[in-house]
Design a protein around this ligand. Structure first.
Ligand SMILES: Nc1nc2c(c(=O)[nH]1)N[C@H]1C(S)=C(S)[C@@H](COP(=O)(O)O)O[C@H]1N2
Ligand SMILES: [Mo]
Length: 411
């Protein structure tokens, strides 16, 4: 028996072969394409070109070529795209690992490069495997560990995605024809003995059939799906999301008993600075500065909107009933009758999300509010009392809590 992994006889699993690798490859072809598209969409939804507020990625340059004004319809848009991105990413982990396992002998092929073309192909594989592991790892860490990379996750995951997907397209172009051929041939030949580079020259006795192994991978994916997907819903469905940080029971009951990202305590917001006497909203624009107490705001025309909160981490709430002052009415107060961009700043002194910029189309939407109440009661401190922004279809991170200042037309 060969002891060196550089010898083909070292790899003895009878599962390895063109069929197993091809099936997993075809699943990843579809899955990773959807991940890439929903990821780019998520990046656009963040309005990163309202720099340098929302995204501090230096020189994203031509990679930002596709950015567009994220729409405000339908209200569940980001809830859907980001729910798919995160849940699908987690679901594909077993498939990715099985695929890498199925081709691992290739890593030890000798000589390392037979020709310049072969060397280039192997370098592209390095970017493919490295990029894939990097994207899945950073994604999972961000979702599970509550933003371990404050502020820097976006550029890492964004640049990583372009490297990974470029290598992925090259790889797919080279391999898809063979994968399709392998699958066709297998369909005709049944479970006949396979041939090819991936097949072990001295296979061990099988302990599970190839189809059985694929079933295990699929079962693992299904399990991850079943314990993650519920985080995009409320009530009993959320409780099935035992793997998601925002799964499980809602935080408390009553009007404010829905998911909380950062609590007032965490953000360092004190009751003293949000009190009726102390807190003033400062609104600036073309015609100068207006300072409004909460009572002043409550005397302005109030409107209601049923809108969800959908976080980049993939969790979301169902629609909640928000009530407050329209952003476009606040814009008009300071001379922006035709709404402009706005920079929103929180009372919060530290943290990546203490300020966010909204685009003119978001300010103009009549459902976009500076909310004072939710579900019929005043906002709770954790949901942003005295006032928070809520915008239809936008990522949660743009819905700034504990708002202190709104600067229209400043970006
Ligand atoms: N000031 C401030 N606003 C903030 C945040 C924050 O950390 N600080 N988190 C944002 C993020 S990432 C999300 S998903 C939503 C969550 O709102 P919720 O806690 O009311 O559910 O608030 C947003 N507004
Ligand atoms: Mo978020």
């Amino acid at each position: 028996m060969a002891r060196s992994p550089f010898s083909p006889a070292f790899w003895r699993s009878p599962l390895r072969g063109p069929w197993f690798t091809s099936v997993l490859g075809v699943v990843l072809l579809g899955g990773i394409t959807v991940l890439f598209v929903t990821g780019l969409v998520s990046y656009a939804a963040y309005n990163p070109d309202l720099s340098p507020v929302n995204d501090q990625t230096p020189d994203k340059g031509i990679l930002g070529f596709y950015l567009f004004a994220w729409p405000t319809h339908p209200v569940w848009l980001y809830r859907l795209t980001q729910g798919v991105h995160v849940t699908l990413g987690i679901t594909l982990i077993p498939v990715l690992l099985a695929k890498l396992w199925s081709v691992v002998p290739r890593l030890f092929t000798l000589p390392p490069a037979r020709s310049v073309a072969h060397a280039l192909e192997r370098i592209s594989l390095l970017l493919l495997v490295g990029g894939g592991l990097f994207e899945f790892t950073t994604g999972v860490l961000n979702v599970q560990l509550d933003y371990v990379f404050p502020g820097s996750f976006y550029p890492l995951h964004f640049y990583g995605a372009w490297v990974f997907f470029t290598a992925f397209v090259v790889h797919a172009a080279l391999k898809v024809p063979a994968a399709v051929r392998n699958l066709r041939r297998a369909q005709e030949a049944g479970e006949a003995r396979e041939t090819g580079e991936l097949v072990s020259p001295s296979p061990a006795e099988p302990t599970v059939s190839r189809r059985g192994a694929l079933g295990l991978v699929g079962g693992a994916s299904l399990l991850l799906f079943g314990t993650t997907a519920g985080q995009s819903f409320d009530g009993p469905l959320r409780e099935t999301a035992v793997l998601a940080p925002h799964g499980g029971p809602e935080p408390g009951s009553g009007p404010g008993g829905f998911q909380i990202n950062k609590t007032a305590g965490y953000a360092g917001i004190s009751a003293a600075e949000t009190s009726e006497e102390a807190w003033r909203l400062v609104v600036t624009g073309r015609t100068g500065t207006v300072r409004l107490s909460r009572a002043d705001l409550l005397r302005l025309p109030l409107h209601s909107s049923a809108l969800p909160i959908a976080c980049v981490e993939g969790w979301a709430t169902s629609d909640q009933w928000w009530r407050g002052v329209r952003l476009r009415d606040l814009a008009e107060l300071v001379g922006h009758g035709d709404p402009s961009d706005v920079l929103v700043e929180s009372l919060q002194r530290h943290g990546a999300f203490r300020r966010a910029a909204l685009r003119a189309n978001q300010v103009a939407d009549p459902r976009s509010l500076l909310a004072l109440q939710v579900n019929g009661e005043d906002l709770t401190p954790d949901h942003g009392y005295p006032a928070r922004v809520i915008v239809p279809a936008a990522p949660g991170v743009l819905n700034t809590k504990w708002v202190a200042r709104m600067a229209f037309g400043e970006l």
